[in-house]
Design a protein around this ligand. Structure first.
Ligand SMILES: [Zn+2]
Length: 58
């Protein structure tokens, strides 16, 4: 099974299909040659709550 990752090169930004076992490993974008780490998870889960803290002023 493959997963899709977005090339981090801002001038490229190609959607790349990589093997799922490539997670946590470096891959090379065949379009621009940038090597980057494939995230272990497709979408990093956001921590529930507490992220939108506001700062009280005054
Ligand atoms: Zn690229």
């Amino acid at each position: 099974m493959t997963i899709t990752v977005l090339c981090p090169n801002l001038k490229c930004r190609k959607v790349l299909a990589v093997p799922e076992e490539a997670r946590g490993q470096k891959v090379r974008c065949k379009h621009c040659g940038t090597t980057f780490l494939v995230p272990r998870r497709k979408n990093a889960p956001k921590k529930a709550g507490k992220e939108d803290n506001i700062t009280l002023v005054g």
